[in-house]
Design a binder for this molecule. Structure first.
Ligand SMILES: O=C(O)CCC(=O)C(=O)O
Length: 373
């Protein structure tokens, strides 16, 4: 048992090393297997002859990274090559990001699998569902594992009990600092040329927050987009229903007036986009249409298609990629499965938070049903 554990930990660290360009003579990765109350660490020694790895029981005094796993995670790594649940980790960012890339990210084969699954779907509309009418297990099977988007109409009880307004955002959240996309960010998105500025949220709201979309404007309205949610906001946010809370901590917020836009792109994580204030109109394009859209790979988790406008019926691709349009109202959450292209437009002042699920997409890696609920 113990020696099997040593072999597993040795193999995990061996897998992490190629993407961690470490020049130090020694690296130590501490593991804790919570449910077995076991600790062991892997020591990597580097000499001019190469790297050697050894596994020791117990706790190391100064590990470079500490990773907390469970017996189920170790079994998943051995059988599926990935973990399905959230994993607590601290320490060296390159080691942790190597662990995420290797054991918690979708592979190229997984991406192809999602494109294949969605090829046979025929639906001109996105289902609107209620948490009262569907169990978590049904949601995971019908939507998450099938890579099918859905709007959940009643998933935000905290927001409903205490609605947000622009005034309340200004007074309670105004100190948060935000990066604001400016200039022609739709054309320049994800490029080095994209202009941004740092502001306090209250300053952004004062200078750009209200006002109506002006169709004559040459550039889109500045957008406080994709900012990491401050930790204290997690105290009042409504987390997505149906999935374990531990998966929901990678959250971003989006605030802007009517006319702010995120052009067509796709993320390779399952995602819930929750609408706290205002309304958004969203065009969705199925993953299997990727060949029509020629996406530009920004990084392993993000592809951009910002030159395709699915809201423009005359655009040469729009007629063939069958966009599905969704209106997301305050109090609703859109489940956006990994790999679905989306173009998002605010049709009023809007405040949204999105939650990327910290696991390999359900469509590729099913849940461990024993720990789902
Ligand atoms: O709300 C937006 O403008 C974009 C949201 C988005 O792209 C996402 O949730 O992945």
């Amino acid at each position: 048992m113990q020696s099997q554990l040593h072999t597993n930990l040795h193999d995990i660290v061996r897998t992490l090393l190629p993407s961690v360009a470490d020049e130090k003579p020694q690296t130590v990765v501490q593991f804790t297997v919570r449910d077995q109350r076991l600790s062991a660490y892997v020591v990597v020694d580097r000499t001019e002859h190469g790297e050697t790895l050894r596994v020791e029981d117990g706790k190391h005094g100064r590990p470079d990274a500490s990773i907390f796993l469970s017996t189920a995670d170790l079994a998943d790594i051995a059988s599926l090559g990935c973990v399905r649940g959230p994993v607590s980790m601290t320490g060296s960012p390159p080691l942790l990001s190597s662990f995420r890339d290797r054991f918690m990210s979708i592979s190229p084969a997984g991406k192809a699998q999602i494109e294949e699954i969605t090829r046979s779907q025929v639906s001109a509309e996105v289902d609107r569902i209620s948490i009262a009418a569907i169990s978590p297990a049904d949601f995971i099977q019908r939507y998450a594992m099938a890579s099918r988007p859905a709007v959940i109409v009643d998933a935000m009880p905290k927001r409903d009990a205490s609605p947000w307004t622009i005034e309340r955002i200004r007074s309670e959240l105004g100190d948060a600092s935000v990066e604001v996309r400016t200039g022609n960010y739709v054309a320049d998105i994800y490029k080095e040329t994209m202009q941004t500025k740092e502001l306090r949220l209250a300053e952004y709201l004062a200078s750009h927050g209200d006002g109506l979309a002006d169709s004559a404007q040459a550039t889109p309205r500045p957008y406080a987009a994709s900012n990491g949610v401050p930790w204290d906001w997690h105290l009042w946010l409504d987390y997505p229903p149906f999935v374990p809370e531990g998966l929901c901590q990678y959250a971003k917020f989006w605030i802007g007036p009517a006319g702010t836009t995120t052009p067509l792109h796709r993320d390779w994580l399952d995602n819930f986009l929750s609408q706290l204030v205002g309304t958004k109109r969203i065009a969705l394009v199925s993953p299997h249409h990727a060949p029509l859209l020629s996406p530009r790979v920004i990084h392993a988790g993000l592809d951009s298609c910002n030159t395709v406008d699915p809201f423009e019926p005359q655009h040469q691709v729009t007629s063939t990629c069958d966009p599905v349009f969704v209106t997301l109202n305050a109090g609703e959450m859109l489940f956006l499965p990994a790999g679905w292209f989306h173009d998002v437009r605010s049709t009023s002042f809007s405040f949204s938070v999105n939650f990327f699920l910290m696991r390999i997409p359900y469509a590729v890696c099913p849940p461990d049903w024993t720990t789902l609920l």
